[in-house]
Design a binder for this molecule. Sequence first.
Ligand SMILES: Nc1ncnc2c1ncn2[C@@H]1O[C@H](COP(=O)(O)OP(=O)(O)OP(=O)(O)O)[C@@H](O)[C@H]1O
Length: 505
Amino acid sequence: MKLEIKDLTKRFGSFTANDGIDLTIEPGEIHCLLGENGAGKSTLMNMLYGLLDPTSGQIVIDGEPVTFATPKDAIAAGIGMVHQHFMLVPVFTVAENVMLGREQTSAPGVLSRRRASARVRELSSAFNLAVDPDRLVEDLPVGVQQRVEILKALANEAKVLILDEPTAVLTPQEIDELMAIMRRLKEQGTSIIFITHKLREVKAIGDRISVIRRGKLVGTADPSASEAELAEMMVGRSVSLRVEKENRTGGDVVLRADQVTVIDPRGHQVVKDVSFEARAGEVVGIAGVQGNGQTELIKSLLGLVKPDAGKVLLNGEDISRHGTRKSLEAGIGYVPEDRGHDGFVGEFSVRENLVLDLYRSSEFSHAGTLRHDAITANARHRIEEFDIRTESMETPVGSLSGGNQQKVVVAREFSRPLEVLIASQPTRGVDVGSIEFIHKRIIEERDTGTAVVIVSTELDEIYALADRILVMFDGRIVGEAGPDTPREEIGLMMAGAHQSTEESA
Ligand SMILES: Nc1ncnc2c1ncn2[C@@H]1O[C@H](COP(=O)(O)OP(=O)(O)OP(=O)(O)O)[C@@H](O)[C@H]1O
């Protein structure tokens, strides 16, 4: 199927999010879409998938102009999309989810459970997806859940598959597996539109690479273009892809986790007797596959969950029963992994979100009254410093692009004096230009003597920042390594060395 986008424009009020975009997706090609945060990639994809109405322009499939009122129309025309947030029902099996996908699109011939199972098995083996139709979705690792989404699209006979930042949530091994699946889809004639911020991936798999900047198509490159060239096309200036830093050993212990154990609401020990320390002026990188206890460990450091055993000490004082506000006030900065849930309030403006947990400080309030001038001046400064792309400081954060939402959270947490900075996936969904900036700021924070703890599933990020690397697997810290340890070694520890799972085998 040949998909043509002709002079497509989308305006939100006076703001032009897509400006006369022309793009052709050839049958069986992997077409990568690159662009800085807020460039307009998701807007373009949402028009292709019937979620947004174009302001002007055309979508043409095999020479015929089409219009999509809803995703149902797009699906019927052969377009599938895997969103960043999966649309699966966790308590249903894989086959049930695939059935549900068919019902929701009113595709001809709603599948029975038995036929759905058989269809899943058939597609799974044709594309080597290794998905068991009878497993509950909630029991599957993220990477396998993503394959279920791909399966759903294939069951609806997608000929063009849109993958919106699919690798942001995957481990290095899962990314390799996804790439193999993408190649297989391509061999069988499916076209893929692949959105990512990772230039390495684009070069590894793309047939062509289109770059969008501020709503306009800048150009289409081929994969022989260097990472530096692509980065420059994206942001319009040269970007340094590696942080300049010297490794540090750290001073006094600032934060100490002492035999911390956390039991989740289902009674599982998710953090098992974890001890580590973060020293002044060092970056401790916690590497690990998503779901190995990092999230709960971090929450326990902040008082968002109380450890079931053990202690958290800040400068020697036990803060594990303090509660979050006190921890933040005591000088812990926090960039959460789930920014939408823990990082900002979507309905509040950019200006308000930039002081969310700081508004009680003397800088922003006096005798119980907010100092609006100071709050506004702070917003103006941070928006410029962090290059937050927003129509105005009054825009609700919920309507910013994903990467710009992340910049709001990071900007706020970096704007106060910190003893400890705890950042979980600090650059998730953030473009290369902003990664460069955030990484530089993290190192500057370290160099002022802050103890920094970075949790990341991105080995590139761990290597770029960490002075010391801890690896978490199955709730425990299974290894500590220096910043020069080979990737494979860390990768093996992250995978639990020889304890491979059925799905990732
Ligand atoms: N419903 C909306 N109303 C107003 N503005 C919007 C709406 N949806 C998107 N925008 C704006 O359009 C611009 C493009 O956003 P879009 O989500 O397409 O960017 P993106 O390239 O996908 O960015 P990211 O890499 O950060 O995900 C942003 O400035 C965003 O704030």
